[in-house]
Design a protein. Structure first.
Length: 131
């Protein structure tokens, strides 16, 4: 289950940081070309990152883990998640926000991803490597 949740979290980040494609933009093409598969593989080992995220998930409170599972793995709405867990919708939103913020912060600290822009570039590539 944790592996699936980890994968879904990476997908969530990918969706969060994916922007509409801009046609014929040389700057964007240049940035995409500068990101090579081998460079990313050298910088971050995907398996290691997955294990790291799994470890973070294991440390989460049970309620937060259930919320992450229902929202990101089972694609339940906030309302459905709140109803299933018999908690307020605001509790679902707050717990999910805190859990994702913790994951972002820990990944940034432990993998040297200091800037949000670098994280935005790496997450979609991690998704590609995992597929």
């Amino acid at each position: 289950m944790l592996k699936n949740v980890s994968f879904r979290i990476l997908r969530y980040f990918h969706k969060l940081y994916t922007h509409p494609e801009v046609a014929n933009d040389p700057l964007i093409e240049e940035r995409l070309n500068s990101l090579s598969y081998s460079h990313v593989e050298e910088d971050i080992n995907t398996q290691e990152l997955m294990q790291f995220i799994n470890g973070l998930l294991k440390e989460m409170p049970e309620l937060s883990l259930r919320i992450v599972e229902l929202r990101l793995v089972r694609n339940k709405s906030i309302k459905e998640t709140a109803r299933k867990l018999n908690i307020a919708e605001s509790t679902v939103s707050n717990n999910l926000s805190k859990a994702l913020a913790t994951l972002r912060q820990e990944v940034a600290l432990n993998y040297g991803i200091a800037s949000a822009n670098k994280l935005k570039q790496l997450l979609p590539l991690l998704i590609i490597l995992m597929d």
